[in-house]
Design a protein around this ligand. Sequence first.
Ligand SMILES: Nc1ncnc2c1ncn2[C@@H]1O[C@H](COP(=O)(O)OP(=O)(O)O)[C@@H](O)[C@H]1O
Ligand SMILES: [Mg+2]
Length: 332
Amino acid sequence: MVYTKEQVKEQVNKLVDPSCGKTFGETNGIKHLEVDIIRNTVTVIIGLDKLEDDFKKTVTRELAKLIKLDLGFTGIKTDFQLNKRDTSILSREVKYIGVASGKGGVGKSTVTANLAYALKHLGKKVGIIDADIYGSSIPTIIDMPITPPKGTKDEKIIPYNKDGIELISTEFFLAPDKPLMWRGPMLGKMLNHFFYDVIWDKDIEYILVDLPPGTGDVALDIQKLIPSCKMIIVTTPHKSASHIAVKAGFAAEQLEHELLGVVENMSYLDHKGERINIFGEGGGKIVADKLKTKVISTIPIGQPKNHVSIFTPHEEIGIDYLGLANKILKEY
Ligand SMILES: Nc1ncnc2c1ncn2[C@@H]1O[C@H](COP(=O)(O)OP(=O)(O)O)[C@@H](O)[C@H]1O
Ligand SMILES: [Mg+2]
């Protein structure tokens, strides 16, 4: 006998989600299920409350037993995603904005931090998750000492507060100047913590996530952890940077993260009113066109007057960032 998709679903719904003890029927844990009659296989995507390796292993084993031994299919392909939870911070409709880039050094972190300040100037309460495990830099950019954050008894993390902006960073958990050697599970755990166990200010409206650059597994895994978010892609005007920024954008789309648009950073140098295209031209537009979105800001080359990296609303580039923040508030 060949079981139909509905019959397979019915059986899978009876299995228990080890991350919360409820059945997949109760958690609405089947995100996708397909039966291939010709190959006699089942493909399933399961949503878990916590994406930890132990849970994934248990579910994979239980599913294989059910689908192959009990129901007689030849094979099963299992994948996981994080359940969108409606507890704690997530129920308060915090809006996540992911900031991604194809490669490092294009100003992703600088844009993230300045956007946070600009949103703050427009009256929004903002948090930042610095999730760039390859080179976290937000603490340095916003000029904050790097010490491990305080925890609570039930292992929640209390974020730092600088100028009213709250921050949690991978950098707080790493020894200074040591290269990063995170193993998968440890990394997953830490980031899970960042997304679900931080006690943010109760009025936080936006959380910006500085994502690791690239389009590979790590970048995707981290993006999968974000409950739901809209994305900004940062690129320089150079064609080579834009080529790989496009890939980062496609990766975001694959996860169904809507794009807010492209920020072309280091766009030009303003030399006495004349624009000099030091890093080439057109990269932002190429990326935006390919991803069917818009260039929402072009930030010129420049440094702030009185701070390491943060511009005030009285500086030209500070005004550019206010413009960017305004555009985002209109859409999100
Ligand atoms: N618009 C800009 N003009 C001049 N320097 C910039 C600009 N944007 C970023 N930078 C500088 O470029 C370097 C890389 O920026 P960063 O934000 O750390 O990039 P990423 O996070 O993409 O690796 C930093 O030294 C930063 O100060
Ligand atoms: Mg960075």
